[in-house]
Ligand binder design. Structure first.
Ligand SMILES: NC(=O)c1ccc[n+]([C@@H]2O[C@H](COP(=O)([O-])OP(=O)(O)OC[C@H]3O[C@@H](n4cnc5c(N)ncnc54)[C@H](OP(=O)(O)O)[C@@H]3O)[C@@H](O)[C@H]2O)c1
Length: 351
């Protein structure tokens, strides 16, 4: 695929936390971005993108589109060579997982990719999947072949009742590969980030769950301690670069684990303590597993004993060598990512 900067690119969910950094990268590169958002009239949700567009050589055009409305992306995708499909609800507590998570994730993916099938200019589609489509619980990383997650692994244990967000991402990525494998006009590449942190361009309006955990760290929710719950962490700016490379690098193919650091909640909190520990009630010790088993299910219904057993004090490990080797993506340090995340909250009055 030869990049033609005169052709527009479409980004779905363009005003989101992850997508905003990708749109910035594309605008800086001089592209015309077709930004598909639910309601372009809500200008406060995309003012940060307009500000970037003003300072760069790129252009941004907004299109109203909803994942659940068939044909909704027809106008935005017109003439595009590359499509970045990032839109998908990232909410952990929902009333109706089918309606609130699975339908928009799966039907939305089908909607966007079927539209690509009807648009001859499309040569590549990048779908924002997730490590959640690769694993369900931290214990799955230990049990994976070679003791770490690779692109070969799929989440086989999430369900509508257990970690439904992860289930929605697994089903959506499977749907994407099913549609991609049934045609030969465009190539599919998926970016599978772990827990995304780092500064938010849309700090004033973000609803991404990425900031929920950070807020809880800063507001004293974890004052008595944070669990050593195994997770991967990656910087949002590096996730944007991963998408950019997935869209335009000749070598891009298949799935890409996009995760920089194998870590846990307690270590994340510890990284904030030196700079912010005096002013904010950050957790200073690790919560013992036995205590979590006792109180966890009372505090939060998602914190079942089975969940705690499979995730707390369990090391999380993923192999990120494919994206470094094939796409040349490099990752920021853990300290930089964590500090910049917390600083975003302070600067924007989020805590
Ligand atoms: N943040 C993470 O840690 C993480 C990790 C791995 C993968 N991901 C994936 O990254 C992508 C972006 O997530 P994010 O963290 O940036 O969250 P976000 O800021 O909440 O972005 C989600 C986007 O999806 C859009 N959306 C939701 N439902 C929609 C619908 N029915 N129709 C059209 N658009 C809809 C939202 O639009 P509105 O602004 O109108 O609500 C928003 O732009 C998602 O696919 C998510 O699964 C995130």
């Amino acid at each position: 695929m030869t990049i033609d900067k005169s052709k527009p690119v479409m980004v779905t969910g363009a005003n989101g936390y992850v997508a905003s950094w990708l749109v910035k990268r594309l605008l800086e590169e001089g592209f015309t971005v077709h930004a598909a958002v639910r309601n372009p009239a809500k200008t406060e949700k995309h003012a940060h993108l307009d500000a970037v567009a003003e300072k760069t050589s790129g252009n941004i055009k907004y299109f109203a589109a909803d994942l659940l409305t068939e044909g909704s992306y027809a106008e935005a995708i017109e003439g595009c060579q590359v499509v970045f499909h990032t839109a998908s609800p990232f909410i952990l507590e929902v009333k109706d997982p089918q309606k609130d998570l699975i339908d928009p994730a799966v039907k939305g993916t089908a909607n966007v990719l079927n539209q690509a099938n009807k648009t001859p200019s499309v040569e590549r589609v990048v779908v924002t999947s997730s490590c959640a489509a690769i694993y369900c619980d931290a214990i799955d990383t230990v049990n994976a072949p070679g003791g770490q997650l690779t692109e070969e692994v799929w989440n086989t244990t999430a369900s509508i009742d257990y970690q439904p967000y992860s289930y929605s991402k697994t089903l959506a990525e499977k749907k994407a590969w099913e549609i991609a494998n049934a045609q030969n006009q465009w190539q599919l590449v998926t970016i599978n980030p772990s827990f995304v942190m780092g500064p938010a361009l849309n700090a004033g309006t973000t609803t991404s769950e990425s900031y929920t955990l950070l807020k809880q760290m800063g507001d004293g929710t974890f004052k008595s301690g944070a669990p050593k719950m195994g997770v991967g962490v990656v910087d949002v700016r590096d996730v944007a670069e991963a998408h950019f490379q997935a869209g335009f690098n000749q070598n891009a193919q298949g799935r890409y684990i996009t995760s920089a650091h194998n870590t846990n909640f307690f270590d994340m909190a510890q990284a904030m303590v030196p700079k912010y520990g005096d002013k904010y009630p950050l957790p200073k010790k690790a919560l013992p597993k036995w205590l979590l088993m006792l109180v966890g299910p009372i505090v939060n219904k998602a914190f079942t004993r089975s969940f705690i057993k499979k995730n707390v004090n369990v090391e999380w490990k993923a192999d990120n060598s494919k994206i470094k080797r094939e796409l040349g993506v490099q990752f920021r340090s853990f300290q930089e990512t964590i500090e910049d995340s917390f600083q975003t909250m302070i600067d924007n009055g989020m805590i």
